[in-house]
Design a protein around this ligand. Sequence first.
Ligand SMILES: *[C@@H]1O[C@H](CO)[C@@H](O)[C@H](O)[C@H]1NC(C)=O
Ligand SMILES: *[C@@H]1O[C@H](CO)[C@@H](O)[C@H](O)[C@H]1NC(C)=O
Ligand SMILES: *[C@@H]1O[C@H](CO)[C@@H](O)[C@H](O)[C@H]1NC(C)=O
Ligand SMILES: *[C@@H]1O[C@H](CO)[C@@H](O)[C@H](O)[C@H]1NC(C)=O
Ligand SMILES: *[C@@H]1O[C@H](CO)[C@@H](O)[C@H](O)[C@H]1NC(C)=O
Ligand SMILES: *[C@@H]1O[C@H](CO)[C@@H](O)[C@H](O)[C@H]1NC(C)=O
Length: 803
Amino acid sequence: MALSLVPCPLCFFLFVLLPFFTNAQTYSNISLGLSLTAQNDNSQWVSPSGDFAFGFQQIDNDGYLLAIWFNKVPDRTIVWSANRNNLVQSGSKVQLTTDGQLLLNDQSGTQIWNANSVAAGVSYAAMLDTGNFVLANEDSDILWESFDQPTDTILPTQTMDQGGELVARYSETNFSHGRFKFTLQSDGNLLLYTRRYPLDTSNVAYWSTITSIGSGYRVTFNQSGYVSLIARNGSLLNYVFSVAVSTQNFYQRATIDHDGVFRLYVYPKNVTSSGGKWPMAWTTSSFIPSNICIRIMGETGSGACGFNSYCRLGDDQRPKCHCPPGYTFSDPKDVSKGCRQNFVAQNCDTASQETDLFEFREMFNADWPLIDFESFKSVNEDWCRQACLSDCYCAVAIFRDGNCWKKQIPLANGRSDSSTGGKALIKIRKDNSTSVASSGSKKKDQSTLIITGSVFLGISIFLNGLLLVANLMFSHRSSQQKSKTVHPHSHQGNLAMNPRSFTYNELEVATRVFKEELGSGAFGTVYKGVLGSENTEFVAVKKLGKVVTVTEGEKEFESELSSIGRTNHKNLVKLLGFCNEKQNRLLVYEYMSNGCLANFLFGDSRLEWFRRTQIAFGVARGLSYLHEECSTQIIHCDVKPQNILLDETLTARISDFGLAKLLKTDQSRTFTAIRGTKGYVAPEWFKSMPITAKVDVYSFGILLLELICCRRNFEMDLKEENVMILADWAYDCYKEGKVHLLVEDDEEAMSDMKRVEKFVMVAIWCIQEDPSLRPAMKKVVLMLEGAVHVPIPPDPASFISIS
Ligand SMILES: *[C@@H]1O[C@H](CO)[C@@H](O)[C@H](O)[C@H]1NC(C)=O
Ligand SMILES: *[C@@H]1O[C@H](CO)[C@@H](O)[C@H](O)[C@H]1NC(C)=O
Ligand SMILES: *[C@@H]1O[C@H](CO)[C@@H](O)[C@H](O)[C@H]1NC(C)=O
Ligand SMILES: *[C@@H]1O[C@H](CO)[C@@H](O)[C@H](O)[C@H]1NC(C)=O
Ligand SMILES: *[C@@H]1O[C@H](CO)[C@@H](O)[C@H](O)[C@H]1NC(C)=O
Ligand SMILES: *[C@@H]1O[C@H](CO)[C@@H](O)[C@H](O)[C@H]1NC(C)=O
């Protein structure tokens, strides 16, 4: 979240306004017999410092809440309330009776709430400066306190014991019990749960500490702003929030919000105390879970948002609920009620006739997990579409990696996040949908046209580049071309977050002082680390070597990183953050549990043919995204199996993209770095030719051959010379019609020779010496997928060099 300087007129305004709130009388001790009446907001008991007040607050026109609030914060933020499920009307009264009871009666005198204390012995009440409202005896022993009955918020110095819970409010303005809670169970586990609304029982846990059962005893919120779980013996078990912000200069509160996220908020007590860095507003300083949209996954319940809707993190990192295409909110004023279909559902009696009347809207990276009623393996997208179209129960089909899942209404657990992958096909009725009707086949023609167009443009750009910018190493696609190219995935850009800035110290802690090395490469060494209050988010921390640190200024470094950080594609390793402190420049990436592709190709355990084809698709799609769909084109410059990582599902994830540009001011070093990975390097690197995205296409071609054959491009120890260089051998085999020699001892591939041959042909196109003959990655994807015909490739070496 961006923190901006507070514009000075606002400071002035606040200083003028503040006395208005502190004007009210402060009551150090509230004697027996006193009462407050709900009327026009003026009835309150204020703490000695004026920081907190107890009394009635009017909630819109719905009634009054008996509450405790931050009294110096202009919006009088409520931290506790007595009657959240049952607002009272004007004329209602809260009373400290002469016999020491604290009662809330409505205007007709009916008791709505009482403090349920052992009234005997109460001699006064007090609103304390901590935000705690207490009933005490003569010796000032506390007999009852509001801190023992928290609603949705805890404050510094407050604790919550086993059995305690915070329940989120229903909406921003409706304080009644909502759909989420934060609870320290009596078994000692600290969790965030969805509630089985409107009942209070727990449904799905979406965050928990990872302590052993039974050990958690108390949640504390101390003066330095740490929220921790401690054991019975007082030892620290877990941090919930560990961002130290002093309570001296900041008001703080930890609140479970109506969206289910538990947030630590801070608010500067005065402008100078924050050094001008914080706005005079509640600012989230930490929150759990990091992405609630993907964390809630229950067999029952609707997920983070309502039924038939989906949840996506907004730019402010807050979850937002949306309706899929063809659906609208059932109640626009209450999006948690979900969405409904905006069309008449498919008729099951005449389903076969009605298939013509329905079509699909595509959503990338969206899913509604756990509600499939059928699933199919090893199918293609067309098959999946047909299966859903002809099934009146199917409302949405998810297609991902050759799998097809059919989903029924109501859709639950909806989420949209780059980690999801795949494509959701939302089935809607054609006739009364709002946007242009376009059948599947029409779409395909259009995209082919666009691709042909970009190839032509690519060639012309190449020629221009050759004449004009022969010594410019990284040519960028002209903005003119960008506007002509349709970006089917460009909406994904909106989902991406800028990478977060870490201090060196934080990363030292995360990596336990760079203890576990994962690998090292041209740009530096990579270490394993762990982040998050849950200590469950593994990351890879890359310490950049000197080569990078000497080159660029801070501004450029960070702007470059933010363009890397904005990329968002399931075949890319996501950049989560960075550290930029003087000599220390580090990058924080998602951790990929299966390491790099090289280990699976050239090692003992080889991936099966099917997996290898999926990896080829993945890498091709990732590169196509970098080349064509990013706001600034990213040329990888170092595509090789060591830079292709595999996640837990063995999906290919490209790493190290965008780093080549960080080196651009020192080109000679770039050459050294690039030459280090000989074999994957396009010929133009060695000639005075412009470097375009086609260098990646070349490297991909070599990688594709290695994927097909499970061997390195160069193998010195092979006896026959003509076999030593894979690229040459592959072309020879192809030319002689003996492609099967390439996969001789791979039974699975042998039984899929058509595809092997197609892949070899695509690879040969990619490794053409003449960059302009190489297809763009987008076309490579289509050729691999079989969406476009693969013409017979020429001899890669037929290009007569002009230099
Ligand atoms: C409040 O009342 C108690 C008990 O009568 C007394 O001990 C205490 O000093 C009073 N506090 C203030 C601030 O008047
Ligand atoms: C708050 O929301 C609940 C659940 O929808 C509803 O029953 C209640 O009337 C609402 N309260 C107010 C004051 O709007
Ligand atoms: C305190 O309790 C925790 C958990 O029950 C245990 O792991 C720890 O060793 C104890 N520490 C001491 C000092 O007894
Ligand atoms: C709050 O807790 C943290 C972590 O346990 C500790 O480092 C800090 O000293 C504590 N602050 C106070 C004021 O107790
Ligand atoms: C504001 O903060 C500064 C720095 O912490 C402190 O010295 C000053 O007394 C504060 N002013 C007020 C009005 O609280
Ligand atoms: C589609 O038709 C249904 C039934 O006639 C109607 O309720 C719905 O509003 C229509 N949707 C649109 C987007 O026009």
